[in-house]
Design a protein around this ligand. Structure first.
Ligand SMILES: [Zn+2]
Length: 73
């Protein structure tokens, strides 16, 4: 299991903050960044590509729920 943030490589805090989805960790800071992300944002593609890695990983099924959560669809 990857315990470093998918985006900024920050190690998962022992407090358990952030998201853990299918073995991928997204830290609280990046989670907040993603939820505030807009298509015009220069970082948009970077974060979207990272999320696609999770969406396209084996065991698909709840992609739409995630997409809704991050408002990126
Ligand atoms: Zn991060």
């Amino acid at each position: 299991m990857v315990e470093n943030c998918l985006f900024c490589r920050q190690q998962r805090p022992v407090t358990g903050e952030g998201l853990l989805i299918r073995g991928y960790f997204i830290c609280a800071a990046c989670e907040a960044k993603i939820t505030l992300l807009y298509r015009e944002d220069p970082d948009y593609d970077f974060y979207l590509n990272g999320l696609k890695k999770i969406w396209h990983s084996p065991g698909d099924g709840n992609c739409e729920i995630m997409a809704e959560e991050f408002r990126l669809w």
